[in-house]
Design a protein around this ligand. Structure first.
Ligand code: PGA
Length: 251
């Protein structure tokens, strides 16, 4: 399975800036990726379609939305459906990002509904989970990951090809703080997730990619990618500049 290097641009870049970064990234990469890598970019909703078009049909870059609502259409002011995301030319979506859980107060149940509805609607999903510092220090790492994972994956559509569902482990205390989780923390959490996935999705568990996210930079990307059960990276701050994100892709 290829390693996924994903860029979460969060609420950054207008359409013009997004297109400039995509252009610059495509030039640096010469539209080629290392054989064992996949790259997915998550711009804001409003620059998603322009980003896809700027990259062009032959691009090695894939695209996704940062959120989705679990309904086909209807009276859901401000929300976006899976088919709208597909229509914009994107194939992926993030669910359960910690900023949505903590700032927007999204609950596990809603994250689960989003995950299953998006998968059933034809999108591939990167579902994010991770503990706060308080939860970690209270010794609740296993319980928090178990609760988040089981509720996020409570109603997966079947059959489901394993490459369409990806888990991102992002310890909340490492996101945007410059504080990367230590090697042992990452290995421990990814092993727990792999084990939990065995119970939830069974035999295809080894084909389910688990990404690490939280203060990934060009300087630490290669070491993290080499850790057991780490199948890729979800990058925030260091993905905003084409040259730094390219270094992570090529790490
Ligand atoms: P960061 O963000 O790389 O800026 O820590 C990661 C994320 O939130 O996905």
């Amino acid at each position: 399975m290829k390693k996924i290097i994903a860029a979460n641009w969060k609420m950054n870049k207008n359409s013009k800036e997004a297109q400039e970064t995509i252009q610059e990234l495509s030039n640096i990469l010469n539209n080629t990726l290392p054989e064992d890598r996949e790259v997915i970019i998550f711009p804001s909703f409003i620059s998603l379609e322009a980003s896809v078009q700027c990259a062009g049909k032959q691009s090695v870059l894939q695209f996704g939305a940062q959120d989705v609502y679990p309904a086909k259409d209807g009276a859901f002011t401000g929300e976006i459906s899976p088919s709208m995301i597909l229509d914009a030319g994107a194939k992926w979506v993030l669910t359960g990002h910690s900023e949505r859980r903590h700032i927007i107060k999204e609950e596990n149940t809603l994250v689960g509904q989003k995950t299953s509805f998006a998968l059933a609607g034809g999108l591939n999903v990167i579902a994010c989970i991770g503990e706060t510092l308080e939860q970690r220090e209270a010794g609740r790492l296993y319980d928090v990951l178990s609760e988040q994972l089981s509720q996020t994956l409570a109603k997966l559509p079947t059959p489901l090809s394993p490459e369409r569902l990806v888990i991102a482990y992002e310890p909340v205390w490492a996101i945007g703080t410059g504080k990367t989780a230590g090697t042992e923390d990452i290995v421990e959490a990814h092993a727990i997730i792999r084990e939990l996935l065995k119970d939830i999705i069974g035999t295809s568990v080894f084909q389910t990619r688990i990404l690490y996210g939280g203060s990934v930079k060009p300087e630490n990307a290669n070491a993290i990618l080499g850790l057991k059960n780490v199948d890729g990276l979800l990058v925030g701050g260091a993905s905003l500049k084409a040259d730094s994100f390219a270094k992570i892709i090529l790490a």
